[in-house]
Design a binder for this molecule. Structure first.
Ligand SMILES: *[C@@H]1O[C@H](CO)[C@@H](O)[C@H](O)[C@H]1NC(C)=O
Ligand SMILES: *[C@@H]1O[C@H](CO)[C@@H](O)[C@H](O)[C@H]1NC(C)=O
Ligand SMILES: *[C@@H]1O[C@H](CO)[C@@H](O)[C@H](O)[C@H]1NC(C)=O
Ligand SMILES: *[C@@H]1O[C@H](CO)[C@@H](O)[C@H](O)[C@H]1NC(C)=O
Ligand SMILES: *[C@@H]1O[C@H](CO)[C@@H](O)[C@H](O)[C@H]1NC(C)=O
Length: 324
């Protein structure tokens, strides 16, 4: 009786272990089988473009272990959803074949030395949410079709060598919250559609060669999304748009070192959250509006290098304050 019972338990244990092994194997195979040959081929083409074989040694030419052992490759349900290789001293170019990673959500290759153009195919990736390619050596223009990535939320290509205009229509991506094109060599105008975006939180255009007026439709929509607007170190001209006063969530407004003229609009006194107001190095005239004294959290204000007259409002108690 006892012997039979012992045998029964041994069989049960053996069956359980076998079942577990089968399960683990199936799970492993499942994760692997989801990755298509097109995705493997695309990744291997990207590897060849980078000319950095030692860093990507785990990207086995056999295509084995994409989701389990390839450096910087993230998968979800057996699909390649992320490529994340920041600060890996990558050189070479980013291959157009990246457009074949059709489930890609996040592309993070910042702090490298990647040169050549930004792939046109990025604009065709339907799930792409985040592009972090800042601090590289990309040149050429920003693909005009990026606004076609309807999921796109964050686009940071700052600190590169990009030229040409800021593409129109980026705000077709209704989820776009951050655009940072700072420190490139872009020319042309400030895209008017950005002023009417209800999703943008951060706009970075600093240190380019952009010119023309700043758009003046910031109040056309009921949007309090915008928190940071940095357009300093360009060639923008005309006056500071009054409608910026409608963007109540603004915390940082940097317009220094442009060619802006006219008076500082008193509407800026409505920006109750403003902590930084940098208007230095323009051709602004008139007085600093008394309404700016209303800005109780303003910590940094710079009006230096303008042609302002009159006294500074006594109520303007910015801790780091420079004037006229
Ligand atoms: C990526 O897709 C394009 C278009 O279908 C194709 O021509 C190209 O060969 C693919 N790339 C790779 C590496 O398979
Ligand atoms: C690549 O995969 C093959 C086959 O799975 C394996 O024999 C080889 O050791 C792998 N090479 C590297 C560098 O992981
Ligand atoms: C965006 O997609 C639409 C529809 O697929 C297409 O007609 C249009 O040409 C695309 N825009 C760009 C700039 O590629
Ligand atoms: C903004 O919101 C207010 C109050 O909700 C509304 O009365 C006004 O019409 C809206 N304006 C626009 C341009 O949508
Ligand atoms: C803003 O400042 C102006 C001028 O000092 C003043 O008349 C106005 O009442 C202030 N508004 C608020 C909301 O504090």
């Amino acid at each position: 009786m006892m012997a039979a019972k012992g045998l029964h338990w041994k069989r049960l244990a053996a069956a359980l272990i076998t079942g577990l092994v089968v399960l683990i194997f199936a799970a492993g195979a499942g994760a692997q089988s989801g990755v298509t040959q097109a995705e493997v081929d695309a990744l291997l083409a990207i590897k060849r473009g980078f000319q950095s074989p030692s860093i990507l040694a785990s990207w086995n030419e056999s295509g084995a272990g994409v989701c389990t052992s390839w450096l910087g490759v993230d998968c979800l349900n057996g699909q390649v959803t992320g490529l994340s290789l920041p600060g890996k001293a990558l050189r070479g170019v980013l291959a157009e074949d990246i457009g074949n990673l059709t489930s890609l959500r996040k592309l993070s290759l910042h702090h490298n030395f990647i040169a050549g153009s930004l792939p046109q195919s990025l604009g065709t990736l339907p799930a792409l949410k985040g592009i972090a390619l800042f601090l590289n050596q990309f040149s050429g223009s920003i693909p005009a079709n990026l606004g076609n990535s309807s999921a796109l939320a964050q686009l940071d290509v700052s600190y590169n060598l990009l030229t040409g205009p800021v593409p129109a229509g980026l705000t077709q991506s209704r989820r776009l919250t951050l655009v940072d094109f700072s420190v490139n060599r872009l020319w042309g105008v400030f895209p008017g559609d950005w002023a009417q975006s209800s999703s943008l939180v951060v706009i970075g255009l600093a240190a380019n060669s952009l010119s023309g007026p700043l758009p003046d439709q910031w109040g056309a929509i009921n949007a309090s999304s915008l928190q940071r607007l940095d357009a300093k170190d360009n060639f923008f001209s005309g006056s500071i748009p009054r409608s910026l006063g409608a963007r109540a969530a603004l915390t940082e407004l940097r317009l220094s070192n442009n060619q802006l003229d006219g008076a500082i609009p008193e509407e800026l006194g409505q920006l109750a959250q403003l902590t930084v107001l940098d208007l230095a190095g323009n051709q602004l005239t008139g007085e600093v509006p008394a309404a700016l004294g209303n800005l109780s959290v303003l910590a940094e204000a710079d009006f230096s290098g303008n042609a302002l007259s009159g006294a500074i409002p006594a109520s303007l108690g910015a801790t780091n304050f420079r004037c006229c």
